[in-house]
Structures are given as C-alpha cells and as structure tokens.
Design a binder for this molecule. Structure first.
Ligand code: GDP
Ligand code: MN
Length: 395
C-alpha cells in the first residue's frame, strides 16, 4: 500500500526524522491561510507518484497570494509523471511546506533485499533524480549496505553510508540518527520501502528530509489499523481496489485482452504467450488456487467492467482448483452481465471434462482452446476482430 507524502512526513516526525514544517490543503483558500504562516513555501501536489517536480507538481511560492494561485491551478489538474502512465492522476490535495535553501541533495532509502534476505540501505550523493535513472546510467554512484534483520543496524554500517556521502562530524551523527529512525519505522510498521529523495544539506548546515515516501507490505496491514486508515482509494485503480476486497491478485495493464488465470506463474506465462502472439494483456489476474465460484464471478465482473477489454481469455490449469468451479463462476457472471465480448476458454486438469460439459450445456457463445498457445492466438485474433467490428459499427 502507498500513502501520500504528507502522511509519510507525519510518520517521519513521529520517528524523530527531521522534516520541514508543513500542512495539507484541499482548497486554494486553505492554501492561502496556511501560506500566511509559512511564506515563502513550496506547494506540492499530493498524488501517489514520484517525479512530481519535473511534471509541474512542486512549485515555489514567495507570497500567500502566489501560493493560493498555484494551489488553485494544481487542485483538480491531471498530473502526468513518468510513474503515473499517460492517464495521469487528478490532484485532490496539496501539501504546503517550508522552503529550504538547498546546498546538496542526497538519496537515501531502506528496503528489503530478497537475494540476501536482509534489509538494504541504498544511498547516493546524486539525490533529487529518480534512483532508477542513476541505477541505469551510473550504478557506480549508488551504495548498498545490507542490514541483518536479526542482528539489527550496526554503527559501522551507518558510518559507511556517511563516509560514502561525504558527511562527517555532526552531520555524520545526524545521518546515523536518521538511519536508525528509518529502520525502526520500517520494521515497526512493516514497510516495504522508506525513501527520502532528496535528503538535503541546507545552506545553514542542517540535514532535512525534503520528500517522504513509504510503501507498506499489504500482507502485514492486518496488524496496523492505523496505517490502513491512511489508505486513499481515490489514488488506487478502482478495479485493483475492488479485487483486493475479494482477495484476488489483480493488476491493471494497458492492453485489450482480459485474462482470468489460476496461479501467478501461469498468469505470467499467459501474458507472455499473448504478447508472443502479437497482443497486449489488459490485466494480470490470478484467482488463486482455492477460488470459489463467487470469487470467479467477481473476477469476471472486474474484467467486463474494464472498457479497454475486447476479448476475455480464461486459462485454467486445474490442480487444487476445480475446473467446474471456474465454469460455474463464468456461467453466473455471463448470465448476470450479458457478455458481448468474445470469450476464449482453455480448461485443463482437475474436473476439466465436467467444466467443459457445463459450458457446453450452458449454451454460452464461446471459443474453446486446446492449450495455452492456441488460446492466446485465438484471443488475439478475436480481440482484433471485435475491435474492427466496433470501429465499423461506429463509422
Ligand atoms: P518528486 O519530484 O515527486 O520526487 O517531489 P520532491 O518532493 O522530491 O520535489 C522535487 C524537487 O523539488 C526536489 O528534488 C527538490 O530539488 C525541490 N524542492 C522541494 N522543496 C524544496 C525547497 O524547499 N527548496 C528547494 N530549493 N528545493 C525544493
Ligand atoms: Mn522526491
């Protein structure tokens, strides 16, 4: 789960990390009032995305009037950053924060490293830019320090980071304090990422977290009601949110072929196969190994509600999952929604014969596939034909 910068900044404060003062505004009038206590200030669009600065979502205001004007322009605007995709995100809130005179910007984060099974501190003296860019073009400018979860953070690890960033004396001590706070926050709140980009050294010689980003491990949210409360469903893909309520693993993608698959591995293979046949999947959807007919119906409804979808490919390899359960869900959902889209079904494994028989007897208009490759090919062709027909019908 992601949260907004203003929420992350508050958690940073709770853990003793140095954050400039700031307040949230949802109207230009509120922004004006806040700016009177802060001016000059930075007005920052609150959307679940980085790269806001370059996209016009972070602006300096030298007077309250200017802050009001900027807030008024920003609120309601669609911010398109490198991370949002072309559809962008609507700005519904702005965060006003004290301006700071920046001398040097650093990148600092704590995340997990599956290879070493530990936490990983990532640091770079090239802050401000996206870390992905630095990693791609200048991997030598990044320091990674693993921190054992069982042994905890050690002073020498912090000293290595300070040394790498060229911080000594009081700055070194402060950096160690910041790292301890980040790691404590990471562990206590079950985060998957705590990122400060940029961490800055001000002209007055103070270290400050100028941006705050925290992602949380969804699997641990059940033990953090205070974090779950920070969820902003406006920022989430409606379908991804809906899917999470049914315990479905669903991720929206940009293509036009809706996929309903059991098992993450098979779902990924299905997406590869669709691409190999010249198509693009509209989603990743794993209904899981023990889906009920109700869950399958919900999954199907999700696919149908997506306007991008021009064909649906059901690819099931029944193991624990029984193919007749899938058929039951498909028949119910199609009955409810009156499906107009081409439906391609491949059923194999446990109770495949029963599942196929149910689909046959239901009288549903569907295309059967003998295997995954055949199904992917048929789905790509059917989506294309459907698209042409729609275009023809409209003109
Ligand atoms: P992001 O682009 O979404 O990561 O948003 P940030 O919060 O990181 O802001 C973008 C950039 O604006 C930062 O990297 C800083 O360089 C700059 N910035 C933000 N606040 C201040 C400030 O108070 N003073 C100065 N000089 N620069 C700032
Ligand atoms: Mn940033």
């Amino acid at each position: 789960m992601k949260i907004h910068e203003y929420q992350a900044a508050q958690l940073f404060r709770d853990y003793g990390l140095p954050v400039p003062g700031g307040h949230l505004a949802v109207t230009a009038e509120e922004a004006y009032e806040i700016a009177q206590t802060l001016s000059p200030c930075v007005v920052k669009a609150q959307v679940h995305s980085g790269g806001r600065g370059k996209a016009g979502g972070v602006k300096m205001a030298s007077t309250p009037e200017e802050a009001k004007k900027i807030a008024s322009d920003m609120l309601g605007m669609k911010l398109v950053t490198k991370q949002t995709g072309p559809e962008g995100k609507i700005v519904r809130k702005v965060y006003l924060s004290e301006t700071v005179k920046v001398k040097q910007e650093y990148y600092l984060s704590v995340t997990t490293d599956s290879a070493s099974g530990s936490l990983m501190i990532i640091a770079s003296a090239e802050g401000g830019t996206e870390i992905e860019e630095i990693a791609k073009h200048h991997p030598e400018k990044i320091l990674k320090v693993p921190v054992s979860v069982t042994e905890g953070f050690k002073q020498y690890q912090g000293l290595r980071v300070a040394d790498y960033l060229g911080l000594s004396g009081d700055h070194q001590k402060e950096l160690l304090r910041i790292l301890r706070g980040m790691i404590r926050l990471f562990l206590e709140k079950d985060a998957s990422l705590v990122e400060i980009n940029p961490l800055v050294l001000t002209e007055e010689g103070v270290l400050l977290c100028l941006d705050a980003k925290i992602n949380f491990d969804d699997n641990a949210l059940f033990r953090h009601p205070e974090i779950t409360e920070l969820r902003d469903t406006d920022e989430e893909d409606v379908r991804e949110y809906e899917a999470s309520k049914y315990g479905l693993n669903y991720i929206s993608l940009h293509g036009n072929i809706g996929c309903l698959v059991n098992g993450a591995g098979l779902a990924m293979a299905t997406m590869d196969e669709i691409q190999a046949k010249g198509g693009i999947p509209a989603n990743f959807l794993d209904v899981g190994g023990s889906a009920t007919a109700e869950k399958v119906t919900a999954a199907f409804r999700l696919l149908i509600s997506d306007e991008k979808v021009e064909a649906i490919f059901v690819n099931i390899f029944g193991g624990i999952m029984h193919c007749d359960i899938i058929s039951e869900g498909v028949i119910t959902a199609v009955g409810e929604t009156g499906l107009k889209l081409p439906l391609i079904v491949r059923l194999e494994g446990t109770n495949a014969a029963e599942g196929k028989k149910m689909l046959d007897e239901s009288g549903l208009d569907l295309i059967t596939a003998s295997d995954m490759a055949d199904g992917a090919e048929k789905a790509v062709a059917a989506a294309k034909a459907y698209h042409e027909k729609q275009k023809g019908g409209l003109s």
